[in-house]
Design a protein around this ligand. Structure first.
Ligand SMILES: C[S@@+](CC[C@H](N)C(=O)[O-])C[C@H]1O[C@@H](n2cnc3c(N)ncnc32)[C@H](O)[C@@H]1O
Length: 263
């Protein structure tokens, strides 16, 4: 049973890693998502202090993590994509962030780090990371990993997921009327091609999965109202979204974002 599960995890992980290899090495990810979402960045800034120990679970090429240099006491990024790991290590070295720890691609690397340095005050899991794990059991395991990574009681998880009411309508139709938000999305970009699996969410699913992993919900909202790539590439869209998003309920968000505490 355990071997079967390990094999399932490895297969799912290697598919994602292959797609993100193309996405990151082609430069398309950074072109599409060149900077943090302003509203999410404000939420992060409210959670961190100069004494914070932070872990970015699914840090990618460092869109959020690298901007935390000098704002936290200790930080680590974890990702299963070797391409993401190589990119963020190179960028951390260039910016002189010598004690930033980049962990992965093996999932055990995160627990090894926690055993060595202790639990964190804040874990980020932003923009599609959890949503890329289609298997419910593996997703639960990932949330348990984040729970174990946080200080009990005072620790905070900031997690965002794609909203099924706002995204991938064509793919949801193809997946069928009885689908539970599990889809595959193909993206063609300047000669490159990636296939990305998604578990889409509604607010109830996110709250349920957090509770099942031992988290208590502290806040739920919209991550953005406009598609993230629009607002990152257009100053007017960014301004408008920054005004509207804090007023919108989670169910209207392009992504849904939750803050939760491990209990
Ligand atoms: C959409 S990107 C988000 C990256 C970053 N958080 C951001 O906001 O730009 C998704 C990232 O999740 C990573 N990922 C997917 N499944 C993962 C898993 N099971 N554990 C850790 N990282 C994972 C991918 O390799 C990719 O870097």
């Amino acid at each position: 049973m355990r071997d079967e599960e390990t094999a399932r995890k490895a297969k799912a992980g290697s598919q994602i890693a292959a797609s993100y290899h193309t996405y990151f090495t082609s430069g398309q990810y950074d072109k599409r998502y060149p900077s943090p979402n302003k509203t999410t960045w404000q939420r992060i800034c409210q959670l961190v202090t100069p004494s914070t120990h932070l872990i970015d679970f699914g840090c990618g090429s460092g869109r959020y993590l690298l901007r935390l240099q000098g704002k936290v006491a200790r930080a680590a990024g974890f990702d299963i994509s070797p391409a993401a790991i190589a990119l963020i290590r190179e960028r951390a070295a260039l910016s002189g962030w010598d004690d930033l720890e980049i962990l992965g691609p093996a999932p055990e690397a995160l627990q090894g780090y926690i055993d060595r340095v202790g639990q964190a005050d804040v874990v980020l899991c932003l923009f599609g990371v959890l949503g890329h794990i289609q298997d419910a059991h593996i997703r639960h395991e990932a949330l348990l990993q984040m729970h174990r990574a946080l200080k009990p009681g005072t620790g905070r998880l900031l997690v965002s997921v794609p909203n099924m009411a706002r995204r991938f309508y064509a793919e949801q139709r193809v997946a069928g009327a009885d689908a539970t938000g599990s889809i595959e999305y193909e993206r063609h970009m300047d000669g490159a091609h990636v296939v990305l699996p998604y578990q889409l969410y509604d607010p109830a699913r996110l709250c349920r999965e957090l509770a099942e992993a031992g988290f208590e919900l502290r806040g739920l909202g919209a991550e953005s109202v406009l598609p993230e790539s629009w607002l990152l590439n257009n100053a007017f869209a960014r301004w408008g979204d920054g005004v509207v998003t804090p007023l919108c309920p989670a169910r209207w968000g392009y992504g849904i974002i939750a803050e939760a505490a491990p209990i």
